[in-house]
Design a binder for this molecule. Structure first.
Ligand SMILES: CC(C)(COP(=O)(O)OP(=O)(O)OC[C@H]1O[C@@H](n2cnc3c(N)ncnc32)[C@H](O)[C@@H]1OP(=O)(O)O)[C@@H](O)C(=O)NCCC(=O)NCCS
Length: 349
């Protein structure tokens, strides 16, 4: 199979290229999620067009010279000085290479990887390549290069029909009792109120940094009022609703939070994002209370959804303990690899 490498720059790409790209992406999507509705193309385009300060996204495509179809893609993410986590994470570039099953051969992946290396060389501070994926052929590719398995996790799903509402109600009840006894308040927002955004951003950073990331040399970037507002804007641009539920202790401190995302363009599901409770407030039922209250919120606001989706590291015992009892089931396994840039170059030479 002969192929050529082309750039995909979403805001400059013509319709023909975008449509071929979506054809490719939909084949991959069907392989991974055979029974799910496709991502509508207008939403997919919006998702391609959003950007985040301090991130450079490079996309390159392998296009068949014979048929003109897209058969592979490189997605490369590098951070720059404007990223709030530049100091901690500048060494890492994320590299995602996905080839269609029927065209899977090492040479396309290797050519795309060489393209990635050429790009990365312009950023002398990058020393590590990291990659996560759900496909066995991608795991094999990284393992073949000698990359280290840094983290294993799962995409889990909870189907609404399987929820044990009695247990959810019990967790809520226990939460209300704790709230009364220890004067804990529950609050919710979609747009973070201006008067708490600084405090909330600091708490969010602290809680994100409690999530286990295995052997990744990665520290979640500080969330700031600027990055929070930018994320809100990006969700608005792509049509996502972002709902947060959080707890505040008697001493005034925000102790825990949980958040979800919902898009009218993908009305069959809700994505459960971060849930966390600060170390000193754990083991009192706050995690279960937050998740239970969010379930009720979801049922009231999005009654038509089929399932809730969440991702967890296999090593995250407390979160898995809660999610398992709620009825979340493993849907896909995710494996994340890391490799020193030097070693990667050696392997390819
Ligand atoms: C997961 C987390 C939110 C739980 O918060 P919490 O307020 O302590 O949760 P709760 O007290 O409601 O419940 C925790 C449950 O996990 C269980 N648990 C805790 N550690 C456990 C372990 N190592 N193995 C098995 N179960 C465990 C507890 O027994 C408890 O259940 P129980 O009350 O029925 O006995 C908290 O540990 C956390 O913030 N972790 C870091 C952030 C994170 O990784 N989030 C998930 C990624 S999105």
């Amino acid at each position: 199979m002969s192929f050529e490498i082309i750039d995909l720059i979403p805001k400059e790409a013509d319709e023909e290229l975008l449509e071929s790209y979506f054809d490719y992406a939909e084949i991959l999507f069907r392989e991974t999620y055979p029974t799910d509705p496709l991502v509508p193309r207008d939403l997919h385009l919006k998702l391609l067009l959003v950007s985040k300060t301090g991130e450079i996204k490079i996309r390159k495509l392998a296009r068949s010279s014979e048929t003109g179809e897209i058969i592979g893609r490189l997605y490369l993410l590098i951070i720059t000085e404007e990223n709030t986590g530049f100091k901690e994470n500048k060494h890492s570039a994320e590299i995602y290479i996905s080839i269609l099953k029927e065209h899977n051969n090492e040479s396309i992946s290797q050519v795309l990887l060489k393209e990635a290396i050429q790009e990365i060389k312009q950023y002398e501070y990058v020393t590590t390549a990291d990659s996560c994926g759900y496909m066995e052929r991608e795991w094999k590719f990284w393992e073949g290069l000698g990359a280290k398995l840094a983290l294993e996790g799962a995409q889990n799903r909870l189907y609404m029909k399987d929820i044990d509402w009695r247990m959810i109600e019990e967790w809520r009840q226990q939460g209300h009792e704790l709230a009364e006894k220890e004067h804990v308040d529950l609050f919710t927002f979609e747009k973070c109120p201006e008067e708490i955004i600084k405090e909330y951003s600091t708490t969010y950073t602290e809680i994100m940094r409690l999530v286990p990331f295995g052997e990744f040399d990665y520290i979640p970037e500080p969330t700031t009022p600027f990055t929070s507002r930018e994320a809100e804007d990006n969700f608005k641009k792509t049509g996502y609703e972002w709902h947060t539920l959080a707890t505040r202790e008697k001493n005034g401190e925000i102790s825990g939070l949980t958040e979800i995302l919902y898009s009218k363009s993908r009305p069959h599901k809700v994505d459960q994002d971060l849930t966390g409770v600060k170390d000193e407030y754990r083991g009192r039922g706050l995690g279960k209370w937050l998740k239970a209250e969010m379930m009720v919120f979801i049922k009231q606001h999005f009654p038509e959804i089929e399932f809730i989706f969440t991702g967890n590291a296999d090593m995250n015992a407390p979160m898995i303990s809660i999610n398992d009892r709620m009825g979340f089931k493993r849907f896909l396994t995710e494996k994340c690899y890391t490799i020193k840039f030097e070693k990667l170059e050696e392997q390819l030479s």
